[in-house]
Design a protein. Structure first.
Length: 200
C-alpha cells in the first residue's frame, strides 16, 4: 500500500495531511468567490458547505484512493488552501494531483508552484510513479496556464465529462500529464521557479 499522507516540507509551504485542526484557517481562506469559479461546488459559500467539503475530504482519505492536504505557509503557519492526491493506481504506478485551491492572497507567491513540486517529487521519487495526471475545467485558463508552465503535456479534452453539483452545468475536462521520463526536466524547471519566487 502507498503512504498517501506524508507531510511534505518546502521552503515556501508545507503540505500537511488535512484534518479538523485546519478548519478555521481554511474556512477563512475559502471565502473569496473567485476561488470556486470552476469547481463543481463552492465550499466557501458558508460554514455548512465548507464543513460538508471538509468531512467529505476526511471520509475519502479514510476510504482510500484519495488523500487531501492543507497547504500551509511556512512563514506564517497559516493554512491558505488545499491540494490532493486522487485516484491512486498503485498497480499501474499512476496518480492524479487535483482539487487544488489557494486563497487569492497566496496567488503569485510561489505557493502553488512549490506545492506541485512537493507532490510530484513524492509521486516520482518515493512512490515510484511512472505517470501523474491532472484534470481541469477546459475553461479554466489560469489552471491550464499553470499546468503548461510545469510543463505538463496537454493530452486533450473530454467533452461533457461531468456535471457541476452547484449549478448543473456540463463540464468538459482538459487533461494533462507528466511521465517519469519527463520528471527530471520538470524538476529542474520547478526548482528554478521556486528560487525566483523566494527572491522576490
Amino acid at each position: 500500500m502507498w503512504d498517501l499522507q506524508p507531510t511534505l516540507i518546502g521552503e515556501i509551504v508545507r503540505l500537511e495531511p488535512l484534518g479538523r485542526q485546519h478548519r478555521d484557517s481554511l474556512l477563512a481562506a475559502s471565502r473569496p468567490p473567485e476561488i470556486w469559479e470552476y469547481w463543481p461546488m463552492n465550499p466557501g459559500a458558508g460554514d455548512a458547505p465548507f464543513d460538508a467539503w471538509l468531512e467529505r475530504c476526511l471520509r475519502e482519505t479514510v476510504d482510500g484512493g484519495d488523500a487531501h492536504f492543507a497547504t500551509v505557509m511556512q512563514e506564517t503557519g497559516q493554512a491558505v488552501g488545499s491540494t490532493s492526491f486522487c485516484t491512486a493506481r498503485p498497480d499501474a504506478r499512476g496518480i492524479e494531483i487535483g482539487w487544488t485551491w489557494l486563497t487569492p492572497t497566496a496567488w503569485g507567491t510561489g505557493a502553488n508552484t512549490e506545492a506541485k513540486f512537493l507532490q510530484l517529487r513524492y509521486a516520482f521519487e518515493t512512490l515510484g510513479c511512472i505517470r501523474v495526471d491532472f484534470d481541469t475545467d477546459v475553461e479554466n485558463a489560469r489552471s491550464r496556464a499553470a499546468l503548461s508552465a510545469l510543463p505538463a503535456k496537454f493530452e486533450g479534452v473530454w467533452r461533457n465529462f461531468s456535471i457541476r453539483e452547484s449549478d448543473g452545468r456540463r463540464r468538459s475536462s482538459a487533461f494533462y500529464s507528466v511521465i517519469d521520463d519527463e520528471w527530471p526536466t520538470v524538476r529542474e524547471n520547478l526548482i528554478a521557479r521556486i528560487a525566483d519566487a523566494r527572491s522576490t
